[in-house]
Design a protein around this ligand. Structure first.
Ligand code: ZN
Length: 123
């Protein structure tokens, strides 16, 4: 039996997911722009006579940092999309591993989660 959440609860969680989706999409767009700029300045630094300069090192670090933020956001966005799919297909709010109901209090904090607290802790 798929979990039956109250319509008002589902509506609230769906809004949270849609808002999160929007926020992540903007963040990814923003990071991609920054990454492109970093890549261009990195390419310029590579052509400079002193590629081992501290400045080049810090730019590479910035690039890595932006890249990891972007990747995390892409991962999270995939989870948000997946949660929205489960919401439509049924199965949202049920732990994917053990089948237990995920408490609404947990869904309020992590609307895109697919695991109950116990299974998430075991990962
Ligand atoms: Zn579980």
């Amino acid at each position: 039996m798929p979990r039956k959440l109250a319509d008002s609860t589902l509506a609230r969680l769906r809004k949270a997911l849609v808002d999160e989706r929007h926020r992540l999409a903007e963040l990814i767009e923003d990071r991609r722009t920054k990454l492109e700029q970093a890549r261009l300045s990195q390419a310029a630094a590579d052509r400079s006579p002193d590629p081992a300069s501290a400045e080049a090192g810090s730019m590479a670090f910035e690039y890595e940092k932006e890249l990891s933020i972007e990747r995390n956001a892409v991962d999270l966005l995939a989870q948000v999309d997946y949660a929205l799919e489960r919401m439509d297909a049924g199965g949202y709010g049920t732990c994917e591993r053990c089948g237990a109901d995920i408490p609404v209090t947990r869904l309020e904090v992590l609307p895109y989660t697919t695991l109950c607290v116990e299974c998430a802790a075991k990962r």
